[in-house]
Design a protein around this ligand. Structure first.
Ligand SMILES: [Mg+2]
Length: 237
């Protein structure tokens, strides 16, 4: 592999992760609507609903209808999750409650080594673009988590109309950068990252996060600025 001029970075499980399991956050939101449910079965049901979901992408959808499409996509995942734990009918407002919760920075955190890694890469002249299978909430979320400054652009599947393992989101990033595939690397944590990069002809460094998209416990309390001073390089396999 030649030295890259830009890095295309996955978001969830690569730069940012969740402070608590999705199931715990769903249980909290459900409690607001009078439902008492255990977090663990919700977590399992969510993972199954997410695995079975169609890509978070809406080809042919006009920009003004995208937020509605995104909310509808998540409402279907949320409904499938609750159906999986024996709640066939979502309480009114629960899906919107959850969509809005995950839009804010509270459930999320930045992996400890990431701020330093981004700064180091920028110092070396690397251009950084996020390419994520997520929706338009990610733009503001990354800003609010303090990563916006380091990033030249954020590409989300919802806006591209295709999600990894489709190479299209990565190709869109190359377009934005004006660089060929040979001039960038992709860094991600999933099979979809590897497959999309392979299809785009982009070398891929795959992270192995021991906790998956769940942040190490130490990150749950302090802000990213309190991360250990010498975290070492961002990992690869
Ligand atoms: Mg990921």
């Amino acid at each position: 592999m030649t030295r890259p001029r830009a890095l295309l970075l996955d978001a969830m499980g690569t730069l940012i992760g969740l402070k608590q399991p999705v199931g715990a956050i769903y249980a909290e939101a459900a409690a607001d609507h009078g439902l008492s449910l255990d977090a663990e079965p919700l977590e399992r049901a969510f993972l199954q609903a997410y695995r079975e979901a169609p890509p978070l992408a809406f080809p042919g959808t006009a920009t003004i209808h995208l937020e509605q499409a995104e909310r509808h996509w998540w409402q279907q995942r949320i409904a499938a999750t609750f159906a999986g734990v024996g709640v066939p009918q979502l309480p009114m407002g629960l899906a919107a409650n959850l969509f809005d919760r995950f839009a804010g920075p509270e459930p999320w955190g930045v992996y400890p080594e990431v701020p330093d890694a981004l700064a180091r890469w920028r110092d070396r002249g690397l251009r950084l673009v996020v390419v994520s299978n997520f929706d338009r909430r990610l733009h503001r979320l990354l800003q609010r988590l303090g990563l916006g400054e380091a990033l030249e652009a954020v590409v989300v599947s919802s806006e591209v109309g295709a999600a990894k393992p489709d190479p299209e989101p990565l190709l869109r990033a190359l377009d934005l950068l004006g660089l060929p595939a040979a001039a960038v690397w992709h860094i991600g944590d999933s099979d979809a990252d590897e497959a999309a990069a392979a299809a785009a002809g982009i070398p891929c460094l795959r992270l192995a996060r021991p906790g998956g998209v769940h942040l190490p416990l130490a990150v749950s309390g302090p802000a990213p600025a309190d991360a250990p001073p010498d975290p070492g390089p961002i990992g690869s396999s």
